[in-house]
Structures are given as structure tokens and as C-alpha cells.
Write a protein that binds this ligand. Structure first.
Ligand code: GLC
Length: 476
């Protein structure tokens, strides 16, 4: 089966969050299952620099955004059996970042139109076009509304995956015709209307054959008023075609036994030595004090979604109990400042790296005793699964995919628990849970058993990829 993923991020080329991991790992796993998976994404400046000429320009074609004519340069390369197509246009994509510009809606409209035009240009007829998040959400509508009479597109089916329901791709209804050449009638009828605007995420949901999100618990949450981000009404409408499929992680990339990025490799049998060596070196690299206390790691986008304010609030308590904190990530300015301030307040006890650094991420997972993830909402979450694989106990708020992958210690479930959890989104609840985790850290039998259970957790992609494949095949 030919599957084309349409996305704004994918490893190894462009990443701000878990979306990039998931698109790549799913495509890779599908090729292992013998399917033909390709990915189309914008040719960002960072990709141009990275590939350094090592991709092939296979042609250029026009993209009309009503009266404006733009050119798309199409590049191709292959990684791990996956075909990558890059849509190049210097005006839209030769910029420092992936997102965050005043004209993001226009940039991704161009990308979406170009992805549609690419199909004919390449004579590529995927069976499945799999849309991830809002950026190319208008694609199914474009093809169905504008190319519905052309037999070339007859056998294409659409799947939309919601990774982050808070990003809805809202734009002025005027742009429906101005960018996409679509009729106002779609807005007036309500089909694409959302919160008084057009939402490309809603449009994608309305025009797709199947809709998924990235964990069963989050699927349930999205159907509720409190957890639906307004999408609950839309999803109720397509209920029979909507389900949650849990993400996995790439077990080759994330394997402490073979990981060349960490200071010393280890498995379950030698994790005590391995983690200690990783801890000593990582603390050194941050000029932090040596410690026998627990290290709390955080690798995350530093945004409100991730509960970072709870962590900065709880930090003095963690340190008072003998803990140290190491943070890697970037995001909201205030959150970055709050973490930086902790370094001054608690010298030797806090390490912060603002930005993204893959090697350092691996080292933090390996060196930490606990991984903090008090998310306000979390469709799936990748870091908790990586932590489990590295014998690092996740300490999470019990929500979304965290609930499906972390089984919090309750005092009486030592045979199955693999981490810690709390429900209330409050600093007090986090502090209470951290306290208990630190108590147990000093009880070798309990802590050791939880680590054993963490190592035994299974979150590889094989199962999830099969679930997607079954879903693709179920579409008539
Ligand atoms: C988004 C979600 C996260 C999920 C990831 C990959 O970043 O916030 O929970 O793991 O997408 O699906």
C-alpha cells in the first residue's frame, strides 16, 4: 500500500516536538511491514543547510494562490526506506524557524496547495494520504472539492491524526477563496466553520475517512466538553470513524544498551553502575555538585501545556529534599527565565540548557532517576516512554497518553507500577508526589522494583503501526 504522510515536521529533518518523532517512526515501521511510505514536508532553511546539496531537485511547478503565482521546487531523498519529498520556496521557507511568523497561515496554505499539485506532477497515487495536525488540514477538502471529477484521485483515502488539539489552524473565511480557491459556501454551511473562523483542523476532520488521536485516553478526553478544546462537537459528529491509537517510540534510537550518545551504556542487569556513571558525568558537564540524591530530568517544550510552572514552583522543595534538577528545552520566554533564575537561586543544584540538543536529551534520560511530566494535557507524550526504556521513573500528571503508559505506584501495586502520578493540576499535588517518590528512592527494594517494571514496559512501534495499517485497510 502506498501511504503519503503530509506534515510540518518529521525526523531527522525538522523537529519542535513529538510530532516529528511519530511521523518518522510510523513511516519507518510501515516500510518494515512492506508498505511504501513517503513523507512530504516544507524545505525549511534548516533542512537546506543540513542536507548540504545531498537531495535531488526533481522539478518545479506552479502553485496559484488566487492571483498570486508561486513556484514550488520539489526535492527528494531517501532515509531508512522512506521517501522524503521537500517543497521548496525561498520566500515562504527560507527563514530561521519552522513556525512563529505572522503569515504562517499563508505559508502552510502554499504548502498544502503544493502537496496537492505534487501528486499529478509525480503521477503519485497514494492509497492513503495521512494528514498530521492542522498545517495541511485543507488538503482533503481541496482534492474532494476541486478534483472530485478527476478519476486520477478516485482511490485516494484520507486519514487525519490530531497530535495537538490546541493548535487548530484558524483563519479568516475570506482566505478560503483567496488562498485556496474554495467557495464561501463551505463556510456558510458550517462544514469548515469553527469559533467564527475557518479551522483547517476541523476541515481535515470533516473531510477525512478516518480520524485518530495519539492515545485511547485522549480520544475519550477529546469527546468531552472539558478536554475537547471545542472539538468535541465536531468529533461527536464523526464518532464512528474516530479512535485513539497509542504512539510508540523508536526502540533502535532509544536503547541504553547501544546508545552511542550517552556516557556509558547499560541494560537492566547493570543499570545501577550505568546510571551512576551517566549521572556523575552529566552533573559535571553542567558544573553541578556531586550528589547521592535523586536527579529529576526534564526534556520538553517549555510551554504551559507541559505544566512547567508547576515544576518551577516545586523546585525549591525538590532541592530541599536533596534532589537536583536538569532541564533541556525551549519555549515561552517567561518559562525559560524561570528556569534560568533557579540556577542563580540554587547554585550547583540546577542545570538548564535552553534550546534543543539531541545528544544532551539522551544523556538526561540516561542520567536521571525521575522524569518530570506534570502536563496540563498530553495527547500521548513520548518522553515518558523513553524514560521507561532508560529505567528512569516518570512522575506525571495522570492525563491523556500518560495515563495509558505510566502506571503510578499506589503503595499496593508494586508488581505493576512503573512510575508516579497525580491528578490535580496543582503545585501541592506535584510536591506531594515528589516527596513520596524521594522517600521511596531511599528504599532500595521499592525503588528497584519500580525500575524493573519500567524496563519491562513495552512501547515499541510494532503494535501501533499494525493498528494504523488495520485502520488504513478498513477504509473502503
Ligand atoms: C504532540 C502532543 C504529544 C504527542 C505528540 C506526538 O506534541 O502534545 O502529547 O506525544 O504530539 O503525537
Amino acid at each position: 500500500m502506498k501511504i503519503l504522510m503530509v506534515t510540518s515536521e518529521a525526523n531527522p529533518y525538522a523537529k519542535t516536538g513529538g510530532l516529528a518523532d511519530v511521523v518518522y517512526a510510523l513511516a519507518k515501521e510501515l516500510t518494515i511491514h512492506g508498505e511504501e511510505a513517503s513523507i512530504v514536508m516544507p524545505y525549511y532553511q534548516s533542512i537546506v543547510k543540513r542536507v548540504n546539496g545531498n537531495v535531488k531537485l526533481i522539478g518545479s511547478f506552479d502553485v496559484f494562490m488566487s492571483w498570486r503565482k508561486q513556484t514550488a521546487d520539489l526535492y527528494r531523498t531517501y532515509v531508512d526506506g522512506i521517501t522524503y519529498y521537500f517543497i521548496g520556496n525561498a520566500y515562504y521557507f527560507n527563514r530561521e524557524n519552522i513556525y512563529g511568523y505572522y503569515d504562517d497561515i499563508e505559508r502552510f496554505a502554499f504548502f498544502t496547495l503544493a502537496a496537492r499539485n505534487m501528486l499529478k506532477f509525480l503521477k503519485l497515487k497514494p492509497r492513503i494520504i495521512h494528514i498530521h495536525d492542522w498545517q495541511a488540514g485543507m488538503l482533503p477538502a481541496l482534492i474532494k472539492e476541486q478534483n472530485g471529477d478527476d478519476p486520477f484521485y478516485d482511490n485516494i483515502r484520507f486519514v487525519t491524526t490530531i497530535h495537538n488539539p490546541a493548535f487548530q489552524g484558524l483563519f479568516d473565511p475570506f482566505l478560503l477563496s483567496d488562498f485556496y480557491g474554495l467557495s464561501d459556501e463551505l463556510f456558510r454551511s458550517g462544514k469548515v466553520r469553527f469559533k467564527g473562523a475557518v479551522s483547517s483542523l476541523k476541515t481535515s476532520i470533516m473531510y477525512s475517512d478516518k480520524i485518530t488521536t495519539v492515545s485511547p485516553t485522549h480520544a475519550g478526553e477529546l469527546l468531552t466538553e472539558e478536554g475537547g478544546h471545542g472539538l468535541n462537537h465536531v468529533l461527536q459528529y464523526v464518532l464512528d470513524d474516530f479512535k485513539g491509537i497509542l504512539n510508540g517510540i523508536d526502540y533502535e534510537e532509544w536503547n541504553p544498551q547501544t546508545d552511542g550518545k550517552i556516557f556509558s551504556k547499560y541494560g537492566y542487569s547493570d543499570y545501577k553502575v550505568g546510571k551512576r556513571e551517566n549521572k556523575v558525568k552529566l552533573l559535571q558537564s553542567f558544573n553541578m555538585s556531586k550528589t547521592d540524591g535523586p536527579v529529576f530530568g526534564l526534556v520538553s517544550r517549555l510551554t504551559w501545556q507541559k505544566g512547567v510552572e508547576l515544576i518551577t514552583n516545586a523546585a525549591p522543595h525538590i532541592i530541599a529534599r536533596g534532589g537536583s534538577i536538569i532541564v533541556l528545552g525551549s519555549g515561552e520566554y517567561g518559562a525559560e527565565q524561570d528556569f534560568n533564575n533557579l540556577i542563580q537561586r540554587f547554585p550547583g543544584k540546577v542545570g538548564v540548557y535552553i534550546g534543543y540538543n539531541d545528544e544532551l536529551a539522551h544523556r538526561i534520560y540516561a542520567a536521571s532517576d525521575f522524569f518530570l511530566m506534570p502536563s496540563l494535557f498530553e495527547p500521548c507524550g513520548i518522553s515518558q516512554m523513553i524514560s521507561l526504556r532508560y529505567g528512569t521513573l516518570p512522575l506525571v500528571r495522570i492525563t491523556g497518553g500518560l495515563r495509558d503508559t505510566v502506571f503510578p505506584f499506589t503503595g499496593s501495586n508494586l508488581d505493576t507500577a512503573n512510575g508516579y502520578g497525580f491528578y490535580d493540576y496543582t503545585t501541592a499535588a506535584l510536591i506531594d508526589t515528589v516527596s513520596w517518590a524521594i522517600d521511596n528512592y531511599h528504599k532500595a527494594d521499592i525503588h528497584g522494583q519500580l525500575i524493573y517494571n519500567a524496563f519491562k514496559s513495552e512501547n515499541d512501534w510494532a503494535k501501533s503501526a499494525q493498528a494504523y495499517l488495520d485502520l488504513y485497510e478498513s477504509i473502503e
